[in-house]
Design a protein around this ligand. Structure first.
Ligand code: FAD
Length: 522
């Protein structure tokens, strides 16, 4: 005969059962999340199953593996996100919340270990229609109002229907508005228009208190500037009003090779100081970063010629410029380009010209992505290092890093980018951090590796940072993540106090974007 349980044991069993099930059906409920969350309207959009939580703890970097979030919210409206944030904010021990765009971060920045990840892309299924609205106004300026979850490629497609396009880009367009505006958003247009964060008129932001606030340079400006480049620390961007210009139809795209860094960088700096070009970037080719890398656009028939240059010189520098044009300017564009490029000192015979549509140019990296995906080489670790280097030390950086440290690794890694930007195109009131010189270079070491061989590349990144430190090269890191408050303070320098004050004002309970590890340790 079965013994009956004593009352106290039954009570414990029932409590445990309640703890692990929800009122909406039997589902395990994580210990770390308050139980009452299940009685909110959003309960059915919260997933706690391992399929959802595992997905939300992956990112493009594939370098860090913190604990999974306790739950993932798939919002169908801004109100859904607001209820989640308010709920957490009103608790005596709030849980953390991270907005996740595409998860294209490198080191867990969009993760929320033991907290809740909000899959922003889920807003894209809004039954009320597209979350990109274009306003054409040639007099006061055209703009697109786009949800923070929208991809730049979709903004491009939507705006082109009106003959318009954003002015400032990233190289790769399958990134979200909220994700790039939380960093800066840079590419070859930055020297001319500033980063994407310099080209936003207005935003709707859901703060860490759960308040939805419209902000701009003139209204709630403290929040506006905090959020731009703010690493997700002050609020969730639910809408951004993005500056547009009339879209040209086509582009002339020119690449020129150099074997000497000072000639290459002098030409780059001269070109960004004059008007006329729409885009300027630069890259390096060497044995471990050959010209047929996934971002390269040379015709394969050119590889042997370029490779023999690399064998001869060790490193080759490639200056890349673009001029947009359309029907009205098609008969003058070549002449204008000739004028702009005359006097440059690239290697004779090593100039490559293409004529493509604006969309093909702006979306140029996507075909490289598709190729890598087809070969199973996209979903691999990415120990990228992105730096801003002051112009006064870029030549030392070339000798110490490009010429000395980078060639030491004997494995094919990825594209290396180097091109200049102008400080006064960045608004110092934003949270973004750049070097304290009028011109600085962005350096992108976009390594890919196999599942097991990323460590040498990580060690090399450390060596580069140590080299800069010892040589007194005052770099600033971009898209990076520090793990101690001391390092973050150094990173922000004189901006740290403002950053901290803004956190206290807009997310006082330190709920948002814990994966950046600025105010939360993981
Ligand atoms: P996520 O990685 O999902 O999020 C990034 C951070 O922003 C997290 O802290 C997250 O919590 C927060 N966040 C996300 N959405 C919001 C929101 N709506 N409101 C507030 N905070 C939010 N960057 C450039 O500047 N230029 C480039 O050319 C460039 N090229 C890239 C190419 C590739 C292939 C990849 C993978 C990345 C590239 N990046 C580039 C980096 C990119 O800007 C960052 O990865 C950025 O984080 C955007 O990615 P995401 O939209 O997936 O954001």
């Amino acid at each position: 005969m079965a013994k009956s349980c004593p009352i106290s044991t039954s009570f414990i069993i029932i409590s445990v059962l309640i703890h692990f099930t929800s009122s909406t059906g039997l589902r395990p409920w994580p210990d770390v999340l308050p139980y009452e969350l299940q009685s909110l309207d959003i309960a059915s959009q919260l997933r706690v199953d391992p399929n959802a939580t595992r997905m939300a703890s992956r990112d493009f970097g594939k370098l860090v593996h913190p604990p999974n979030p306790a739950a993932v919210l798939y919002p169908s409206s801004i109100e859904d996100i607001a209820s989640l944030v308010k709920f957490s904010y009103n608790r005596s021990s709030p849980f953390s919340i991270a907005a996740r765009g595409q998860g294209h971060s490198l080191r867990g920045q969009a993760m929320a270990p033991h907290g809740v990840v909000v899959e922003m892309r889920s807003l894209n299924n809004d039954s009320r229609g597209s979350r990109i609205r274009v306003t054409k106004n040639p007099i006061s300026g055209s703009y697109a109002d786009a949800g923070g979850e929208q991809l730049w490629i979709d903004v491009l497609q939507a705006t082109l229907k009106h003959g318009l396009a954003p002015v400032s880009w990233t190289d790769y367009l399958y990134l979200t508005i909220g994700g790039t505006l939380s960093n800066a958003g840079i590419s070859g247009q930055t020297f001319r228009h500033g980063p994407q964060i310099s080209n936003v008129y207005e935003m709707d932001v859901l703060t860490g208190k759960g308040e939805l606030v419209t902000c701009s340079k003139d209204t709630n400006s403290e929040l506006f500037f905090a959020v731009l480049g703010g690493l997700g620390q002050f609020g969730i961007i639910t809408r951004a009003r993005i500056a547009l210009e009339p879209a040209s139809k086509r582009v002339k795209w020119i690449q020129m090779l150099y074997d000497d860094f000072s000639t290459f960088s002098r030409d780059q700096e001269d070109l960004i100081s004059i008007n006329g070009l729409d885009f300027l970037e630069g890259s390096l080719f060497m044995q471990n970063s050959p010209p047929n890398n996934w971002r390269s656009s040379f015709s394969p028939s050119e590889y042997p010629r370029i490779s023999s240059l690399i064998s001869k010189n060790g490193i080759i520098y490639c200056l890349e410029v673009v001029k947009y044009y359309d029907e009205l300017t098609s008969h003058t564009v070549n002449e204008e380009l000739q004028e702009l490029l005359k006097g440059l000192n690239f290697l004779p015979g090593f100039v490559f010209t293409k004529d493509v549509s604006l969309v093909d140019f702006l979306n140029r990296v996507h075909s490289g992505e598709l190729n890598l995906r087809a070969k199973g080489l996209w979903d691999v670790p990415h120990p990228w290092l992105n730096l801003f280097v002051p112009k006064s030390r870029i030549s030392d950086f070339n000798s110490g890093v490009f010429r000395d440290i980078l060639p030491k690794i004997n494995q094919t890694t990825g594209p290396f980018l180097v091109y200049p930007m102008i400080r006064n195109k960045w608004d110092d009131r934003t949270s973004a951090v750049i070097p304290d010189e009028d011109i600085f270079y962005t350096v992108g070491l976009l390594h890919s590796s196999g599942a097991d061989d990323w460590e040498p590349l990580e060690n090399q990144n450390k060596e580069i940072l140590q080299f800069c430190d010892k040589a007194g090269i005052k770099i600033k890191r971009y898209l990076s993540r520090y793990t101690t408050k001391e390092d973050w303070k150094n990173h922000f320098g004189p901006k740290w106090r403002t950053f901290e004050d803004r956190k206290a004002q807009f997310d006082p309970k330190m709920i948002l974007s814990p994966g950046q590890q600025i105010f939360n340790s993981i």
